[in-house]
Write a protein that binds this ligand. Structure first.
Ligand code: PEP
Ligand code: MG
Length: 760
């Protein structure tokens, strides 16, 4: 069965379009299960109807025409129950509904299974049989398995707008729509109103958007340059590896060169360009055709050639994209939209132009969302049902409070949202008045409020809200927006600017923290489990040449200012810490020997992994301060990938296990008389801040937009009150209960308007 299943999935994936993919699916399922009919219905959510999109056994002329209300009939029942319905005689069932002309009157047995993707019902897969019989358990299991495989294919097609290709399917044509609504995860609160600017990941053939050529000859020229560059690269590779590779393996390069021949692949792409496509789409289409052909072959060796085509296509695309550096045209009010937006995409938007962000992938704890938060850019992550390409140039409202995106909104909706923006500004102005007041509770307990920074451009924003310093500067961002590792002098300039902007306030610079979901374009790390792999300090300890250059740049930038503190990310044991401290000492000594008058800064360590929680005391003995990275600590303690939309609902910083861990680390740090801060996103949530206050954190570091709200909460509370609340919460075992309890407490304390401003 598994082999058959794989084969079906392979064929479906190789189909040129969704319509054919679904038709292949029903044909193969019918043949495998020896049933009389197999059909697929998808949901047309705008009309709340199931629509027949593929069938073998029913009247094919009705594909795209059979439309059934989603609450009616047996399909409705399967959808409602979200489980298989297996009937030996469907006609006897009270929910049976007979669509005239479809040919269903011939069938008795019915098995329908829901097609569900991430808890969302996309459609129903059915099989039917003339004679009365109950499908057996193996058949049912097979159909359920097929439906689970089909779900992501349909969801992806939906996100690429391919559902419109299905006959008569009325997937929202965004150009025609007003108020088209896309849902996702509310990730950065606030409202953004602007124009969608779509960004595509580089070197990904599948992500190349379809476009017509503006200048056919120019496209051909660019393609020929890219082809030549790829040939040179492969020839060079082949020469370099000639002696070290066995002859047979080395012959792959000759195969590549032949495939690249301007008479074969090259000629095909050029002919597509002549038909009017721009070079990148032409290349994508030709490569896809060859890949599909090879993948459909029986011979395993030949099937493997599909990989060569993909690889070749990607190599040519890299050069083509370098040739055609697609000058993204940013709107004055840009809403950045993409399948998987990166920090680099974010950083490229001209200053002052970014008003919102919508990403199909990721979650609110993804790094790019955190950066957006630092910039105060309303964001929706994990947006589903979105056709990226279709959004380009559309007017869009991003509602970061509720995770909604409105495309081509009506004037009325625009007015309503403009009103919310105005109210928000009013509240902020009120809060900003607290700028020069301390973050001190009514009973005199003071805590230091710092900001997290990634993009140097927000320094002025942080100062304007009264930040007492920088609690986390994510140095990886300047590394991400370059083509190679920045030199010591380049880094010096960036760090110096930041230290100067905040002096005499302290600036905690974290050493390079790449890996996980943060990669450098010029230093790719491919791993099966990137968050558990080569990340943070693990990378930099393996590359002292990178680490030392960074430390030297930091130390030099600190000359005369003396407001630098250095912090180490992802440390999981004292061995790593000792090694890193030695390297820092080495950089310091080298500079001193070079006659630079530098001072030795305070060094701190992040508590981000569970092992660090238990070794917090050992760490505290070795360094000057601790800082909890609660974003990663939540992910590792709860085993929830912070970047995975599917499990985003499980990622909860109010989980009792996390609260216990935080409490424990504060006690450990203080027992060694070392200050302890927190720089994860939970420090910016006014609701959790009360608990952090009561635990005894010395500093809270957050995005600058949240700082005024957090300060307001602190100034309206007593430490005594907070401690009582913490004691109660630490007795609770359920994050939902804890949240409810905190909200109730804050509302009773008269701080309800802040909760509403956070949640709206
Ligand atoms: C954290 O993990 O909480 C943290 C502050 O670091 P980052 O979000 O950059 O991983
Ligand atoms: Mg982290």
């Amino acid at each position: 069965m598994l082999k058959t299943l794989r084969r079906i999935v392979q064929e479906v994936n190789a189909a040129p379009d969704l319509k054919q993919a679904l038709q292949i699916m029903v044909r193969r399922v019918r043949r495998t299960l020896l049933t009389d009919a197999c059909s697929i219905y998808l949901i047309d959510s705008r009309r709340a109807e199931f629509i027949l999109v593929a069938t073998e056994g029913l009247n094919k002329k009705l594909i795209g025409k059979v439309r059934l209300n989603i609450s009616k009939g047996l399909l409705g029942l399967v959808g409602r129950r979200e489980e298989p319905i297996n009937l030996s005689n469907a006609r006897l069932h009270p929910a049976f509904y007979f669509y005239p002309g479809a040919g269903e009157d011939e069938y008795s047995a019915f098995l329908g299974v829901p097609i569900i993707h991430r808890r969302r019902l996309l459609g129903i897969l059915t099989i039917q049989q003339r004679e009365e019989r109950r499908f057996d358990q193996a058949e049912e299991a097979f159909l359920v398995t097929i439906a689970t495989q089909l779900a992501p294919v349909i969801s992806e097609a939906e996100s690429q707008g391919a559902l419109t290709d299905l006959t008569g399917f009325s997937q929202p044509e965004l150009s025609e729509l007003e108020d088209a609504n896309i849902s996702g995860i509310p990730s950065v609160s606030g409202i953004g109103i602007g124009i969608a600017v779509v960004v595509y990941p580089p070197a990904d053939l599948n992500a190349v958007p379809d476009r017509y050529a503006e200048d056919i000859e120019q496209e051909i020229l660019s393609f020929e340059h890219a082809l030549l560059a790829t040939r040179n690269e492969i020839t060079h590779l082949s020469l370099r590896l000639k002696d070290s590779l066995p002859k047979e393996e080395a012959s792959i390069f000759d195969v590549y060169l032949r495939m690249l021949d301007s008479q074969s692949l090259g000629a095909e792409v050029i002919s597509k360009i002549r038909e009017g496509l721009w070079a990148q789409s032409a290349l994508r289409q030709v490569i896809k055709k060859h890949v599909q052909h090879f993948e459909s072959l029986e011979d395993e060796y030949l099937r493997e050639r599909a990989i060569d085509f993909k690889d070749l296509g990607r190599r040519v695309l890299v050069y083509l994209q370098a040739e055609q550096t697609d000058a993204v045209e940013y709107a004055e009010k840009t809403i950045l939209v993409g399948e998987e937006i990166t920090a680099a995409d974010l950083a490229k938007v001209p200053e002052g132009c970014l008003v919102g962000m919508v990403s199909a992938g990721g979650s609110s704890s993804s790094h790019v969302a955190i950066l957006a938060k630092a910039l105060g850019v309303p964001t929706v992550m994990g947006a589903t049902g979105m056709s990226i390409g279709q959004l380009a140039g559309k007017s869009v409202i991003v509602d970061g409070y509720y995770g909604q995106v409105y495309v081509s909104p009506t004037q009325q909706l625009l007015t309503e949202f403009a009103q919310i923006v105005a109210e928000e500004q009013q509240l902020n102005t009120k809060l900003i008045e607290l700028r020069n007041k301390p973050a001190e509770t009514i009973d005199g307990h003071r805590v230091s409020l710092l900001v997290n920074m990634g993009l140097a451009v927000d320094a002025s924003l942080s100062l304007s809200v009264g930040a007492e310093g920088v609690g986390l500067y994510r140095t990886e961002v300047p590394f991400m927006v370059r083509d190679c590792f920045p030199t010591e002098d380049e880094q010096y300039v960036v760090y110096r600017q930041l230290l100067q902007a905040f002096a005499p306030r302290p600036v905690i610079m974290r050493t390079l923290d790449i890996g996980g979901d943060k990669s450098l374009p010029y230093f790719p790390v491919e791993e099966a489990n990137p968050f558990l792999g080569w990340r943070g300090i693990r990378v930099t300890l393996d590359h002292p040449e990178v680490f030392l250059v960074q430390i030297r740049a930091m130390l030099r930038a600190n000359q005369e200012l003396n407001n630098l503190k250095i912090m180490l990310p992802m440390v999981s044991g004292v061995g790593e810490l000792d090694e890193a401290l030695l390297l820092i000492r080495q950089a310091y000594q080298e500079l001193t020997e070079e006659n630079e008058s530098i001072s030795y800064p305070q060094i701190g360590v992040m508590i981000e992994v569970p092992s660090a929680v238990y070794q917090a005391k050992d760490f505290a003995k070795r360094v000057d301060f601790l800082s909890i990275g609660s974003n990663d600590l939540t992910q590792y303690l709860l085993a929830v990938d912070r970047n995975n939309t599917r499990v985003a609902g499980l990622y909860d910083p109010l989980h009792p296990a996390l609260l216990q861990a935080l409490n424990q680390v504060v006690v450990a740090g203080h027992s060694e008389n070392k200050p302890i801060g927190i720089c994860g996103e939970m420090a910016s949530d006014p609701i959790t801040v009360i608990l952090l206050l009561a635990m005894g954190f010395d500093s809270l570091s957050m995005n600058s937009k949240s700082l005024p709200k957090v300060k307001w909460v602190i100034r309206n509370f007593t430490l005594e009150h907070a401690k009582r609340l913490l004691a109660e919460v630490l007795q609770m075992d359920d994050p939902n209960l804890i949240r409810f309890h905190l909200e109730k407490f804050l509302t009773e304390a008269g701080l309800g308007n802040i909760i509403r401003a956070v949640k709206r």
